[in-house]
Design a binder for this molecule. Sequence first.
Ligand SMILES: Nc1nc2c(ncn2[C@@H]2O[C@H](COP(=O)(O)OP(=O)(O)OP(=O)(O)O)[C@@H](O)[C@H]2O)c(=O)[nH]1
Ligand SMILES: [Mg+2]
Length: 688
Amino acid sequence: MDAPLRSDIRNIGIISHIDAGKTTVSERILYYTGETHKMGEVHEGEAVMDWMPQEQERGITITATSTTCRWGRFWINLIDTPGHIDFTIEVERSMRVLDGAVTILSAVEGVQPQTESVWRQADRYRVPRICFINKMDRIGADYRGVLAGMAARLRARPVLLQLPLGDETEFCGVIDLLDEVMLTFSDADLGKTVERQPIPPEYLEEVRLSREKLVEAAADFDDGILADFLAGVRVEGERLRSAVRKGTTACRLFPVLFGAALRNKGIQPLLDAVGHYLPSPLETLPVRGRAPGSGASETVLCDPEEPLMALAFKVLAEEGRKLTYLRIYAGTLHAGALLLNSSRGVTEKAARLFRMHAHKREQITEAVAGDIVAVAGLRDALTGDTLCDPAHPLVLEGLTIPEPVVSLAVEAKGVEDRERLPPALEKIQWEDPTFRVREDEETGQTILTGMGELHLEIITDRLAREYGIEVKSGAPRVVYRETLQHAVERREIFSQEIDGRLHKGEVLLQLTPLPRQAGLRLILPAEVGSLLPVELRAVLEESLCRACAAGTGSGYPLIDLELRVAEAPFEPEATTEMGLRAAAQRGTILAAQAAGILILEPFMALELVIPEEYAGRVLGSLQQKRGRVEGIESFADNEVIRALVPLSEMFGYMSDLRSATKGRGSYTMEFSRFDVAPEDVQRRFGAA
Ligand SMILES: Nc1nc2c(ncn2[C@@H]2O[C@H](COP(=O)(O)OP(=O)(O)OP(=O)(O)O)[C@@H](O)[C@H]2O)c(=O)[nH]1
Ligand SMILES: [Mg+2]
């Protein structure tokens, strides 16, 4: 069977701010690599990578779509990610399993707020990147400004591998600085034919200067090049390529290329660059796994002969069944194999294996370490789970799941739909770890929690379209947390005879408020000296966590406190699981109420990019929204404002900003922390 060599695999993601052109670039990649025979356009709702109806209607990407394509000897597993912050989990899961990324920047807008966020996500996973400055055909394209923004705001070191040919609407191709050749893309066949010609004389001087800078950057990674550079000897393209590759894979250098995806320009050199500069799975940092029992960690080698080790990074619910995307880190996966889900301690069968082509599947029989494939037949696996050889259990590090902070109360419109709602929501939860569901005990409503208004809107739309369930929903609200006002100590004793048996439980609890962002710190009595059996200790710990998660009455979890169990006496024959559970839960709630509850609300880190002339107006409106400005910097004609704002004030901000800046401002917002809510909110919950 036709299968890739590990050294020829490139697992890459396409990342950027919303609308920079990721899907348009991906569609060209599919077309030029022969994956598709028609170029799908985002604005016509025809992009293959944007296959969901909600994506096609809105012209935005919502879910990360993975596809495999071939370019020369390379097998590229490509994931097109969404730019909208509500779908940030899609970038997170992709960065977790990819070996490299292409960052798309708009030549007009440059480094935008969300560019910074995805750049930080890639930094966190140490993913090497190449940058593609897109939309070079647009009026106002200014690549020098983009480079300055990269250096200043991303603190990255860009290195030009090309120069653009022609400005704005005249943009027609690029000059390759390594091989010193001009590349143009034929309009006659949708850019398929790349013509190579000598550099026009008027560009020679600029090429000389830019190539010198490239050689200087390459010299930092190759002493031979440094010597030649100092001696004024010409350095051939091939040597530059390998030095730039070293710098790129070490995340110290970020090669920059140009194009206009919509005009079919610049894509083939980008594909070459993916092969040349981004690492194969053999070259990435070794992955480590942890043994489930002992916690001992060991290195996982990207070798088909090793025991199987894979990470589930995405789950799709298709007609009630799961399709699970796996990144294989070690070993060979055969269709029909029994795997251990070491994160959950269950065995599962990988019944069928597929190579994915956007939404279409190609069935395969095996896949090796380094590859990305999809599996049908896994029942329990969810995003972040490890699947491995049952004889060699290890758990890989999972994903960082961002905090969902917006909630929406919904009710099924039709009576018969009420019962169908929970299973439908469960399936959507399989797919999306940033989507939560709970019942409000008082109102009987179902509360959906997600990343933002758009996220929840898409979910209700999917309920109607995919599951035929129409829901009535209220206005979106923020979610809250509870914390304590004072320290408190409480002894709780439970003692009751139930069905002729005495159930006792006793705890002495000490609750102390902690600073913001401290979370929950649980301290049980020292194991030495405590008579409490191990099983009951576990019961105690679980009950306390549960009590905190339920909160004291607001329905929101209790956080930022230390909960110390100073005493948990054990009376053989009398202390039971039920007794201890009752004492722990009741004790925690009553103690917290005695300590005085304080309601916390979500605050977001807001980053705005707006033209200077609108700064005054935008700052004024932030102040009204209880925002705290934390920094203002100027880049070119733009002001970049960073502020901390309560999320409750930010609903509908997109249209506010649009009208305040005549559509020229943009922003991104991500959860920062829970902090004290104002008086009216405290009163609403009967707190403070
Ligand atoms: N002029 C011009 N427009 C472009 C270019 N590339 C993309 N566009 C347009 O920009 C818009 C956004 O493109 P997309 O490819 O959907 O952007 P995206 O980055 O995938 O957006 P999200 O997935 O929603 O984050 C579409 O209307 C494209 O047609 C380009 O090179 N030049
Ligand atoms: Mg897109």
